[in-house]
Ligand binder design. Structure first.
Ligand code: NAP
Length: 289
C-alpha cells in the first residue's frame, strides 16, 4: 500500500480529499503544529525519515488579502515551503502532487485558460503559487511531479468557510443578499477533485493539468442564484459590481480554466451545476460555521 504524506489535510479541500485517499492508501496527515512547511529541516526530516512514496501538497496561505499585505509570509509558505517539499521528494525518489490555482492567471484573456496559456498573476497570492509551480518543476525530475490547477473551490461541509458555505448560511437567514456579478471563475467541487487525484495516483499520471468542473464560467452571483434555487430558499439575490466590496488584492476579472489534457487521459469532470446541487443537499444536512 502506498504511503502518502498530505499537507493542508485539515483545510477546506483537504477535509474532502483526505477521506477519499485514506480508503486506498496509508495516509499521514500532519497539521501545521506538527509540520510547519516553512521549516526546511522539519520538512526534510519528516519526508526522508518517513520514506513516503508520494506527497500531496495542499497547504498554503489562501487568504488573498492577507497575502497582499504580507508578501514575505506568502512567499515563505506558498513558494519556499513548496520548494522544501520538492527538495525532500527528490532526495528519496518520492512523487509530489502540488495543488495550484487558476489565480496564477491575469484574468484578462477573455476566455477560459488552458494548460498552455502563460501565467501572469494579478496579486501576491497568485504569484506565490505560480513560483511554487516553478520550484516543483525545477527541483523534481520530469516524471516525478504532478501539478493540478483548480478553480474556485466549494466543499468541505463543516469546514466550509468560503463563498458557497457563507452565502448558503446567509440565505438561510436573510430575505436578501448581494453577490458580485462582474468577476468569473470555474466552480470546482472538492470531492470531485479528490476523486481525480485518487485516479491519477492509481494511474501514476505526471505533468500539468487544469481540473475544474465543466461548464460555463460563473460569477459569485451565478453561484448564489444556483444555490438559492437548488436549496429552494426564497432569498432575493442582488447582482452587484465588485467595486461594492473593495479588496486589498486585485481579483483577476475572468480566471475560469478548462483542460485540453484531462479528457485525453480519460478523466472527465461533471458540470459544476450537478456538483453544486449535490453539495447543497449535503449542506442542508449540516450547520456550516
Ligand atoms: N479555496 C479555493 O478556492 C482555492 C482555489 C484554488 C486553489 N486552491 C489551493 O488549494 C489548496 C487548499 O486550499 P484550501 O481552500 O483548502 O485552503 P485552507 O482551507 O485555507 O487550508 C490551508 C491549509 O494549509 C495549512 N497551512 C497553512 N500554512 C501552513 C504552514 N506554514 N505549514 C503547514 N500547513 C500550513 C493550514 O493548516 P492549519 O489549518 O493548521 O492552519 C490549512 O490546513 C491550496 O494550495 C490553495 O492554494 C484553493
Amino acid at each position: 500500500m502506498k504511503k502518502i504524506l498530505i499537507t493542508g489535510g485539515n483545510g477546506m479541500l483537504g477535509s474532502d480529499v483526505v477521506p477519499i485517499l485514506a480508503k486506498k492508501f496509508n495516509t499521514i496527515v500532519p497539521d501545521q503544529s506538527s509540520l510547519n512547511i516553512t521549516d526546511r529541516n522539519a520538512v526534510l526530516d519528516t519526508i526522508i525519515s518517513g520514506s513516503f512514496d508520494l506527497v500531496l501538497h495542499m497547504a498554503a496561505l489562501t487568504d488573498l488579502d492577507w497575502c497582499e499585505e504580507h508578501p514575505e509570509d506568502a512567499m515563505n509558505v506558498n513558494t519556499r515551503g513548496t520548494g522544501y517539499i520538492a527538495e525532500a521528494c527528490e532526495k528519496i525518489g518520492a512523487k509530489m502532487i502540488y495543488i495550484s490555482t487558476s489565480g496564477i492567471f491575469s484574468g484578462k484573456l477573455g476566455r477560459p485558460y488552458i494548460e498552455t496559456d502563460i501565467p501572469k498573476a494579478a496579486n501576491v497570492y497568485g504569484q506565490s503559487k505560480y513560483e511554487g509551480e516553478l520550484a516543483v518543476q525545477e527541483i523534481l525530475s520530469e516524471d516525478r511531479w504532478l501539478i493540478l490547477r483548480v478553480g474556485w473551490l466549494f466543499g468541505g461541509g463543516k469546514n466550509d468557510k468560503k463563498f458557497v458555505g457563507k452565502i448558503f448560511n446567509m440565505m438561510k437567514k436573510l430575505p436578501r443578499v448581494q453577490a458580485v456579478s462582474n468577476i468569473w471563475g470555474s466552480p470546482n467541487y472538492s470531492v470531485d477533485i479528490g476523486n481525480v487525484i485518487l485516479g491519477m495516483i492509481e494511474r501514476d499520471v505526471s505533468g500539468l493539468f487544469h481540473i475544474a468542473n465543466e461548464g460555463e464560467p460563473a460569477s459569485r452571483y451565478d453561484l448564489a442564484v444556483a444555490i438559492r434555487d437548488f436549496a429552494k430558499f426564497n432569498t432575493e439575490v442582488e447582482a452587484v459590481p465588485s467595486s461594492k466590496f473593495p479588496t486589498r488584492a486585485v481579483r483577476p476579472p475572468m480566471e475560469a480554466i478548462t483542460s485540453i489534457r484531462l479528457n485525453e487521459i480519460g478523466f472527465g469532470m461533471r458540470h459544476w451545476r450537478n456538483a453544486l446541487k449535490e453539495y447543497v443537499e449535503r449542506l442542508k444536512k449540516i450547520d456550516v460555521v
